[in-house]
Design a protein around this ligand. Structure first.
Ligand code: ZN
Length: 343
């Protein structure tokens, strides 16, 4: 019968289209830049200098552990690493207790005074409550961040909902959160998973439950120097032009997809305007990989090789004295000890 034949054909075409689409997506996902093609050197410093200097240890994505030997501060807290399937299917995920315990022990976070997420998306703030519960650190962030801590059962006196532009002291560190913008990398220039978290957030939850809740530029001052952490590639606010800095941790996720002139404005706002002499790109690794795996994200989400060539060009044009460095996972960077590039 004719209609049966037609139906069979339609099903075959649908299956064929689906197979091609899945194959195309799999190819897009696996098409990655090679870290070896990027010429940024790792900072090399004598270990004696590390002992005396404020250090920052990059723990993947934009999680950074600052330490001056007395006080530790964690910017972001993301160790659980939901898988690609968890993210794509938006299925409920839990904090990964075993990984969190391992990281706190391995990186000796025994003097942690504060946990400061740059915004409340899962790839920045998912574990802040779980970390606070295992330490005595305060969680400092937006009202949405406070709801993440509450949902994890962090005591109220261990949470601080920040006032923008107000300095907070932790040991010899002074931390100020400036109003910032998230990179407009969502559909038609929107911010993905925008909005706020308005009630205590208790996992398991789908990753989409962690809403942005406002973004911050984090300024970390210390008698030795000043570091700015800009985790998301949103353009600088006006307040930043009055903040001189030595080091900038510059989030580059999605930057290439926003175009070269956007990237140039981004560079000028955070590097040229602050006069920083060391720049460490961050947020270039695939955040669906397990903790400790540093693999650049797929090219279609922002090609790191292109980003790197743009940043090199901006540096030569605007900030010839500045150096771009590739952070090494888990290895302390002596922030103010004049790192020398490997030759
Ligand atoms: Zn985000």
């Amino acid at each position: 019968m004719m209609w049966k034949k037609r139906a069979k054909q339609a099903v075959l075409i649908a299956i064929g289209t689906l197979v091609v689409a899945i194959a195309a997506l799999a190819w897009l996902w696996s098409d990655r830049p090679n870290l070896d093609d990027i010429a940024w050197p790792a900072p090399t410093i004598a270990s004696a200098a590390i002992a005396d200097s404020v250090t920052a240890t990059w723990l993947g994505v934009t999680t950074l552990l600052f330490d001056d030997g007395e006080t530790q501060i964690l910017v972001d807290g993301f160790f659980s690493r939901p898988s690609l399937a968890d993210v794509v299917l938006d299925r409920p995920v839990e904090n990964d207790a075993a990984t969190i315990n391992y990281v706190l022990n391995e990186f000796r976070m025994r003097r942690l005074a504060a946990i400061i997420p740059v915004h409340s998306h899962f790839d920045h703030a998912m574990d802040v409550g779980a970390i606070a519960n295992r330490t005595s650190a305060s969680v400092l962030g937006s009202a949405s961040t406070t709801e993440i801590a509450r949902g994890a059962g962090v005591p109220e006196d261990q949470t601080i909902t920040v006032a923008e532009n107000q300095p907070y002291k932790f040991g010899r560190f002074t931390v100020t959160l400036l109003h910032s913008r998230h990179a407009p990398i969502g559909w038609r220039g929107s911010v993905p998973l925008a909005g706020t978290i308005d009630a205590p957030l208790t996992p398991p939850q789908p990753v989409s439950a962690w809403r942005e809740g406002g973004s911050y530029t984090v300024v970390i001052e210390h008698p030795q120097g000043t570091t700015i952490v800009q985790a998301s590639a949103g353009l600088a606010g006006a307040a930043l032009s009055k903040v001189p800095a030595d080091v900038v941790m510059l989030g580059v996720f999605g930057l290439e997809t926003l175009g070269k002139s956007y990237a140039e404005q981004y560079w000028q706002g955070f590097v040229t305007a602050t006069g920083a002499d060391s720049v460490y790109p961050i947020h270039f690794d695939d955040y669906t990989r397990p903790f400790g795996d540093v693999i650049p994200g797929p090219k279609f989400l922002g090609d790191l090789t292109t980003t790197a060539s743009w940043l090199d060009g901006f540096r030569k044009r605007w900030d010839n004295d500045a150096q771009l460095f590739m952070p090494e996972f888990g290895r302390p960077i002596a922030l103010y000890a004049q790192p020398v590039p490997e030759t």
